[in-house]
Ligand binder design. Sequence first.
Ligand SMILES: Nc1nc2c(c(=O)[nH]1)N[C@H]1C(S)=C(S)[C@@H](COP(=O)(O)OP(=O)(O)OC[C@H]3O[C@@H](n4cnc5c(N)ncnc54)[C@H](O)[C@@H]3O)O[C@H]1N2
Ligand code: MOO
Length: 397
Amino acid sequence: MMNYNKAIDIIENLNLEYGKERVSIVNANNRVLAEDIKSDIDMPLFDKSAMDGIALKYEDLNNSKKFRVVDNIAAGEFKDIDLEQNECVEIMTGAPVPSSCDTVIRREYIGNYGKKEITVEREEKKGSNIAYKGEDFKKGDILLKEGEYLNEFSVGTIATAGRMYVKVYQNPKIKFYATGDEVYEPDDILPKSGIRNSNAYSVLSFFNKRNITHCYGGIIKDTKEKIKKELDRATKENDIVILSGGVSAGEYDYIPEIVEELGFDTVWHKIAMKPGKPQLFAKKGNKLIFGLPGNPVSTILSLYVFVLPIIKKITGFKKIWEHKYYGKLEGRSKRKAKRYHFVPAKVEKINGEYKLKTVITNGSGDIRGASLADAYMVIPPETKKFNKDRVEFFFVK
Ligand SMILES: Nc1nc2c(c(=O)[nH]1)N[C@H]1C(S)=C(S)[C@@H](COP(=O)(O)OP(=O)(O)OC[C@H]3O[C@@H](n4cnc5c(N)ncnc54)[C@H](O)[C@@H]3O)O[C@H]1N2
Ligand code: MOO
């Protein structure tokens, strides 16, 4: 059985690459950039008004607060008007400021706005309300560097740099199977000894939520030949194959031996944690197999704790772990010797501090019980120091 922290170490040191791909910028969110993004323009492209109001020459305010409006510039229009003393132009937000003007006064500070003669009732500083050409970035500047995580702000930046497609690190091809003779789809007729396949839908929706493409291979029945044949084919066509069930110590738990027979190296089988102990992770070159424990809660926790960090790691993410939070555990806590314990909890924020309450469930088969939790606490084994006032947890809601 492998120590939980050893598994974490292995993940942090995984070094696998699946190449690069070009994607439309609308599909680039939550991916990692595989090239530098250079701008082909100055931004702003011109001295731009940041307010609706009037543009004028600041020094004219020393003569008089009264101005004559000679024109009106809308966003999208380019009018380089030469102003005489105490002349001004009406200008809209986003419109180019004529080179003869150095200040924009917002319309709220103008008396008689909209008429030919106006009065500046309240002054602003010289240079106010103008975003200057190139003040955000200049043509040729590198706006985003290779390795950067992309979110909607970065996608907007790439669009501003004039790009519709962008190179990102390739996502691995992922396929998921449920296994087990007793497992039936939610809309199948359920025999007396059956169980509904919740795992497939938990796993697929977990990936959907994170914009990770994947496909579903259905339920494989528990015969060694069937599983081996399917797994052989699936690992040839995909980069990552994920299975649920069939990894513990039962007579029909064939996955660990099949994985070896297919030439994969078992990185771990069984980790000192609860739930999720019978975990399997195997590797052959760039191909990965995850054998997740069949109990629904264990399957989902394995996604949070191992599968997602590994996918992030191999797709170029620098931050691969779920964000860690700390809170105060109220009530008693059970601790299991030598094993990390993942315990479902309700979370409340009171006076800026997270308060955690254990959600009592019937264990790792109790998917409904787990669905009431907001978070999972990570309780260290008895051998480690434990402070109930500062318990690590991660949100699942
Ligand atoms: N002698 C031992 N028995 C077990 C051990 C052990 O260490 N020694 N570990 C237990 C733990 S912990 C878990 S978790 C399970 C995991 O076993 P498997 O991965 O082999 O999973 P199965 O036995 O196939 O299934 C376990 C449980 O989950 C149900 N299941 C399976 N697939 C699905 C699915 N797609 N959707 C919903 N539920 C599913 C299955 O019917 C079982 O009830 O082993 C313990 N035993
Ligand atoms: O550890 Mo099992 O994974 O209890 O459900």
